[in-house]
Design a protein around this ligand. Sequence first.
Ligand SMILES: Cc1cc2nc3c(=O)[nH]c(=O)nc-3n(C[C@H](O)[C@H](O)[C@H](O)COP(=O)(O)O)c2cc1C
Length: 336
Amino acid sequence: MTAFPKTSALMKRGTDFLGSEYAILCGAMSWVSERGLVSAISNAGGFGVIACGAMTPELLDTEIAATKALTAKPFGVNLITMHPQLFDLIDICAKHGVTHVVLAGGIPPKGSVEAIKAFGAKVIVFAPTLALAKKLLRSGGDALVVEGMEAGGHIGPVSTSVLAQEFLPELSEDHLVFVAGGIGRGEAIAGYLEMGAVGVQLGTRFACATESIAHPNFKKAFFRANARDAVASVQVDPRLPVIPVRALKNKGTEEFTAKQREVAGLLDSEGLEMMEAQLQIEHYWAGALRRAVIDGDVENGSLMAGQSVGMVKAEEPVADIIAELMTQCEAALARR
Ligand SMILES: Cc1cc2nc3c(=O)[nH]c(=O)nc-3n(C[C@H](O)[C@H](O)[C@H](O)COP(=O)(O)O)c2cc1C
């Protein structure tokens, strides 16, 4: 007998797919989503996802092994499609029998979805448009995350509420769709479940959990911030299409503008390839996020955060956050 009967019923397809108690994913957050947070989320009944980010295959190997040592519950691994060693990373996932791989950061390269399915794992994809979502689900994607621009980290241009209205009526009957971006409370989860989502993904709400290794300065910045402080980066050169990143405004926001100018300059003077230019930008983000999350440099580092940051007020254990979200969701559904 579950304590959340209405919510659990609406999450059933999601929990069957994930193998977790609740269909609440903690979205992968580079540097933050390591063994500690991932195992805590999964042990609390949610679904943790390791952020591979720019890790080497050796580091991912160690991280997966360490996570397995901390939880017997299912968890996933998030791989960035742009990673130059994507296929080696997939081999590491295969070696460990990872059950769910999330492919983020762009259209999966040829053969990657097949390589993951070949060792029996489920593939979770992101899609910015309905047409692309249908294509990815036709070509092997087992589930989809629809993520709106309220989210922290790399974002698209459209809000979660609009994407949910576009994607869910079309896809939810035949496909598994999780909604992400801007979710801070269980009432919002109830709304998306009623629209046909099988679960949700949150990042910002979990980034400062007690079990998160984020530096105390990083956490303090989150506790102080309001929704309006989490702003999207701007593209300064039309030739260099940078994916916007939502983060708390600080000195690092300005440094990113300078970095873009530098890379755009290299495009001219050294004939830098566009793909390489974009990789340089991504390396910049990985380094800047590390400075804030690990070193606690909240001035110059990147404080990636979604607009729900205003609802993050204090350090709380993951289990309490999940219990609160589930309780709020259940109460909202009971009131209907
Ligand atoms: C600090 C931070 C780092 C993130 N890093 C990644 C990442 O490496 N890969 C990824 O796919 N998403 C990343 N995200 C997005 C999250 O996985 C998640 O989808 C998002 O946070 C959900 O929206 P919310 O922040 O509004 O809850 C990051 C988000 C944050 C806040």
